[in-house]
Design a protein around this ligand. Structure first.
Ligand code: ASP
Ligand code: MG
Length: 443
């Protein structure tokens, strides 16, 4: 790289843990040490979204709400008057929650966004105090449009682009650093919607899309991407490069470091997305259009999930059966994590919280003569990910087959459903055989 070249315009997102009291100074210095056009995206400070979530749990008691707001004040010191008005708005929304006595999806979404709104005001203040003009920008006011589905909205990229670009380049043109709220957007009807837990990653690539920029950095406190969750598996390896497809599989199958939709805008524009650690600058992962030179092997654990086994006469070949089953589940509000089929058996994996609803919705298919419905069975999904994965089948640990309740595979993923209480063990065994032994001499 030419050291004198102008740095490329970059969207830099700081995660909640990178903005925690212990790390915030580092995050501010990290940012101020950079040159070139930058738009910052922030998550809520560590723990704040969870505090807001707890306010949404009944019973809605004034004391608890007041305590939470007080706690949040302590966590966002030195707010500007504009930031202060966020607290008043939050208090109003909490009051509405108490008087309505029910957390509607709309009100829940609104309340959950205060973490990001406060973080943006607070962090912009921190930057300004260090001598650089900065301004908090709320993504809904900026015009980041979503499809309006509460709690899990998709960003409408094309519909957002022009307004977002105008707003942000206006600030940049005046030499002001925009600090944009992650995790939220606004429906065409004007409703605030959140993008799902961890959604600020997705906000970052969506904003880069709108700006026509090709660089995004996702700054985490410590973990960048590793061959498995290091809290669960000893001996994990850093992953230096991977493709959008691989990253998407990782996120879908339970790696918590990335929001699954982050790759959609990135793929559409061929961006380079770097995930890096604030604590240790040598820990970084580059996600791009193509797989890295070393084949990726990473193992994820998703669970507990629930398994439902539907046997239908005529099986999967019966015309439209897969469509009918998925339609029944999705219109009933159940998200299918994955689905395996043999000829007669459909093995449907759903989040445990949705298991009994899924069971009810599937009942009507099991009433047909010869059909049966089994489950929900508590399970975990252990998934190995990386291009060319099926060439590793011979490396699978012995003793595994009796445990496996179902499996699905493409040449990029091999996903095993196992009993919920054996998930960790299978995760470690797959990691040993597919990652550690592969790298060992003669392995
Ligand atoms: N604050 C939100 C969450 O905790 C979004 C994010 O962190 O990206 O899920
Ligand atoms: Mg967070």
């Amino acid at each position: 790289m030419d050291p004198d070249a102008e740095p490329l315009p970059t969207v830099v997102k700081y995660g909640g843990a990178a903005l925690s009291p212990a790390m915030a100074q580092r995050a501010a210095e990290d940012l101020l040490g950079r040159t070139g056009p930058i738009v910052v995206v922030v998550s809520a400070r560590a723990g704040v979204t969870d505090q807001l979530l707890s306010c949404l749990e009944p019973p809605f008691r004034t004391v608890r709400h007041v305590e939470t707001v007080q706690q949040m004040r302590l966590e966002h010191p030195g707010l500007t008057p504009a930031g202060e008005t966020q607290f008043q708005a939050l208090e109003r929304d909490l009051k509405r929650l108490r008087s309505e006595g029910r957390a509607t999806p709309e009100l829940s979404d609104r309340i959950l966004t205060y973490g990001e709104r406060l973080a943006a005001s607070w962090f912009a203040g921190e930057i300004q105090r260090r001598g650089r003009p900065a301004q908090a920008v709320e993504a809904d006011r900026l015009g980041l449009k979503t499809d309006g589905s509460p709690g899990d909205a998709r960003v409408l990229l094309a519909a957002s682009a022009a307004r977002v670009r105008r707003g942000l380049t206006g600030l940049l043109g005046r030499g002001v650093l925009p600090v944009v709220t992650g995790f939220l957007g606004v429906s065409s009807g004007g409703r605030v919607t959140t993008l799902g837990r961890g959604g600020s990653d997705y906000s970052a690539t969506a904003l880069a899309y709108c700006l026509g920029w090709s660089r995004v950095e996702l700054v985490k406190q410590s973990v960048s991407l590793r061959s498995a969750d290091p809290r669960l598996v000893p001996g994990t390896r850093p992953v230096e490069r991977l493709s959008f497809d691989e990253a998407e599989e990782l996120a879908q199958f339970g790696a918590k470091v990335l929001h699954p939709r982050t790759m959609e805008p990135a793929r559409a524009r061929g961006m380079e997305v770097t995930i890096r650690s604030l604590e240790d600058p040598t820990q970084r992962t580059l996600v791009g259009p193509r797989p890295g030179p070393e084949p990726l092997r990473a193992i994820t654990l998703l669970g507990p999930v629930s398994l439902l086994l539907l046997r239908v006469p005529g099986g999967r070949q019966r015309r439209g059966v897969l469509a009918e089953v998925s339609l029944a589940l999705s219109t009933g509000g159940v998200t299918v994590a994955t689905l395996y089929t043999s000829s007669a058996l459909l093995c449907i994996v759903v989040e445990s919280a949705q298991a009994s609803r899924a069971q009810k919705l599937l009942k009507r298919f099991s009433r047909v003569e010869g059909a049966t419905l089994e489950g929900p069975l508590p399970a975990a999904l252990v998934t190995a990910i990386g291009e060319g994965l099926l060439s590793d089948l011979g490396r699978l640990p012995g003793g595994l087959p009796p445990l496996v309740l179902g499996a699905s595979a493409t040449n990029r993923t091999l996903s095993l459903a196992v009993p919920a209480d054996r998930g960790l063990e299978v995760l470690r065994a797959l990691h040993r055989n597919l990652v550690e032994r592969r790298e060992a001499p003669g392995g």
